[in-house]
Design a protein around this ligand. Structure first.
Ligand SMILES: C[S@@+](CC[C@H](N)C(=O)[O-])C[C@H]1O[C@@H](n2cnc3c(N)ncnc32)[C@H](O)[C@@H]1O
Length: 217
């Protein structure tokens, strides 16, 4: 079992293959993802070529009243691609893990659904995002356990989680089967996964696949 925050503070395994080679595809992708989402959290009013913030949340069917009860920063930096809560049906007391929690919008809603005694965990590889999620959780009065880490190697013990949610994150991984192995490792038997993400119905051109900036968004 891995210990929580085992990747903090400096993400020793941020470089996937091989360590230290900044030009490897995995490392270029990691750098592009870090840069892209740092920009979202630092400058949420900026111009991005994907939907984000309150408009995106409303487009994806979030309850406006629930959204407007959250800290404004959590809503402004929302960068999801759907609404995992539509199917998650989180019950009071359940342990919830948000994989790639970003600035925390889905984790905060999970906290409201699961209640004050529940465990809400967020994992993200971006220290700026995670820091913001912790701040937003404190502002919202949600008890939140934030861990710096990668979805391919979740810093969570086996079968600790009732519900995994994730929003716009798995598409960013170069090793998606490993992400699902990790999700099923941490879920208890009979646990649930509610995932919203992007899939392509057709093969993407090499010019897209080989562009870290396009992959990162
Ligand atoms: C599109 S944003 C979505 C954030 C959040 N789920 C939301 O709905 O606002 C993707 C998030 O996934 C995180 N991320 C990307 N690759 C990751 C990885 N390998 N492990 C953990 N987090 C990752 C990014 O840092 C970013 O915060």
């Amino acid at each position: 079992m891995k210990t929580p925050d085992s990747h903090a503070p400096d993400l020793p395994d941020r470089r996937l293959d091989p360590p230290g080679d900044p030009s490897s595809p995995a490392n270029l992708l990691t750098d592009a993802i870090l840069e892209m989402y740092e920009e979202v959290v630092e400058n949420p009013e900026g111009d991005f070529h994907f939907h984000h913030g309150r408009d995106a949340a409303l487009r994806f069917g979030y309850d406006p009243e629930a959204i407007d009860r959250l800290p404004a920063g959590a809503v402004a930096a929302f960068a999801g691609v759907g609404n995992p809560h539509l199917r998650a049906a989180i019950r009071p007391g359940e342990t919830v893990l948000d994989v790639g929690c970003g600035a925390g919008l889905d984790a905060l809603l999970a906290g409201h659904a699961a209640g004050a005694e529940a465990r809400v965990i967020g994992i993200d590889m971006n220290p700026a995002m995670l820091d913001r999620a912790r701040t937003h959780a404190a502002q919202a009065g949600v008890s939140f356990e934030g861990h710096l880490g990668r979805m391919e190697s979740l810093p969570i013990g086996d079968t600790e989680v009732d519900v995994v949610i994730s929003n716009g994150v798995v598409n960013l991984s170069m090793d998606k089967p490993q992400v699902f192995r990790e999700v099923f490792r941490v879920l208890r038997p009979g646990g649930r996964l509610s995932l919203t993400d992007i899939v392509s119905g057709r093969e993407l051109s090499p010019s897209i696949v080989n562009d870290p900036k396009l992959w990162a968004s």
